[in-house]
Design a protein around this ligand. Structure first.
Ligand code: SAM
Length: 395
């Protein structure tokens, strides 16, 4: 018997992309075309966001032969409605978002998805005054309350606001990447330096309850008290495939990990996390680094006169330079090991100064020696003897 394909269908992926774009504010509009349903008067449907009595809704305008009918749906209901419409009434759907367009086409034997550059760069006109829909909603999540992010009424606490925003943004960035991974390639996610588990819980919740995947999620943390606390909260939240393990990142057996994440794992702990991901060939490595002491020390101990003297005589610029150099070299090493990388700010620096994210997707199994040559030249330029990640990856 042929193995069952449990990967998400093209329609699931299209609906998930719509949901994610509404959640991150990039949604502009949606168009349903090529009707084939039983209502022969229905020609097309256009969907746009609308704030109605303070609540974000999706407003559907159905264009019939002689009149237009408008219906407003909350996000969850809208997605259900779109699923029905794209299964029974329309062969094509077009999502217009500020960062890309996505076409769902069910004209052929098998539905297809086509991603294209964005035609609309401006967000929908109501974007500025609508309540932000979150992939991890604040209300009704017992773990958020236990972790102190929300109060008993499900409202985000004053002290939990920044963390809530960070984990939501992190999950929003992960969402399309995880959705694109076939089920067999999303067996295990490791969160390295999990701390109190804010991100670990959010990812486990999203993967189990939104994506419906049977993925094991493990938070690795060397503080036993935090590991015990988190395992207790995970049990109460009914997240059966989530657990926390005590120990160091370097010693942890990461075999079988398809995704490796880390949020503010201190200094070289981020390198240990990246190295583990590379060693097991994880398909996706996403880290938000923390302090950058190792390279800062290297740069400070180098007393070579050089063209950057005038910059590096100021402590604040050494710090900023060390941060950029550390993370850019991490990206280079990841590229050497066959990953394609993106480095960007994932939240505003109003919420955390540690707001850089490195997203690395495995693109090749072969190595790229040119990256190592560039790395050597860059180290020589900045007076760096060794990047910790070189040693951690056996370079
Ligand atoms: C700044 S906290 C971030 C925690 C969490 N990821 C978050 O963003 O809320 C870093 C955590 O990593 C843990 N940690 C640092 N180095 C580690 C290592 N080598 N192995 C395991 N845990 C480590 C620390 O104990 C701490 O709880």
């Amino acid at each position: 018997m042929a193995p069952m394909d449990s990967s998400p269908s093209k329609l699931d992926q299209f609906l998930a992309a719509i949901e994610a774009s509404v959640a991150d504010g990039s949604f502009v509009r949606l168009a349903l075309r090529l009707p084939f349903g039983t209502d022969e008067t229905l020609k097309s449907i256009d969907v746009k966001p609308a704030t109605i009595r303070g609540e974000l809704k999706l407003s559907f305008t159905a264009h019939h032969q002689t009149r237009d009918l408008v219906q407003n749906h909350p996000l969850a209901g809208a997605i259900g409605q779109l699923r029905k419409l794209l299964s029974h009434d329309f062969r094509q759907g077009f999502l217009f978002a500020t960062d890309h367009d996505l076409q769902f086409d069910a004209q052929g034997k098998l539905p297809r998805l086509k991603r294209m550059p964005a035609t609309s760069k401006a967000p929908a006109s109501l974007a500025h005054d609508r309540a932000k829909a979150r992939l991890i909603p604040a209300a009704g999540q017992s773990y958020l309350t236990e972790l102190g992010i929300t109060d008993d009424a499900g409202k985000v606490t004053k002290s939990g606001g920044d963390k809530f925003r960070q984990i939501n943004r992190y999950v929003e960035i992960l969402a399309p990447l995880l959705m694109a991974m076939p089920a067999g390639k999303l067996r295990r996610i490791l969160d390295m330096g999990a701390g109190k588990g804010y991100l670990t819980f959010a990812v486990a919740d999203y993967v189990a309850n939104t994506l419906g995947r049977e993925t094991e999620v493990v938070g690795v943390e060397f503080r036993q008290d935090l590991v015990d606390l988190c395992n207790d909260i995970a049990g109460k939240a009914g997240l059966a495939r989530l657990s926390f393990a005590s120990g160091t990142i370097g010693d942890y057996d990461a075999s079988g990990a398809d995704v490796l994440i880390a949020l503010h794992a201190c200094d070289t702990a981020t390198d240990d996390a990246i190295a583990k991901g590379i060693a097991v060939g994880a398909g996706l490595i996403v880290v938000a680094p923390c302090c950058h002491k190792q390279i800062r020390r290297e740069m400070e101990s180098c007393n070579m006169p050089g063209p950057l003297d005038f910059v590096l005589k100021h402590g604040i610029f050494v710090e900023r330079q060390a941060e950029m150099v550390t993370d850019a070299m991490r990206a280079m090493i990841l590229e050497h090991f066959g990953y394609s990388t993106r480095v960007f700010e994932f939240v505003s620096d109003v919420h955390t100064p540690k707001n850089v994210l490195i997203v690395a997707e495995k693109a090749r199994s072969s190595r790229d020696p040119a990256q190592l040559e560039k790395l050597q030249a860059a180290k020589a330029f900045f007076g760096i003897r060794r990047h910790y990640l070189e040693g951690a990856t056996g370079l």
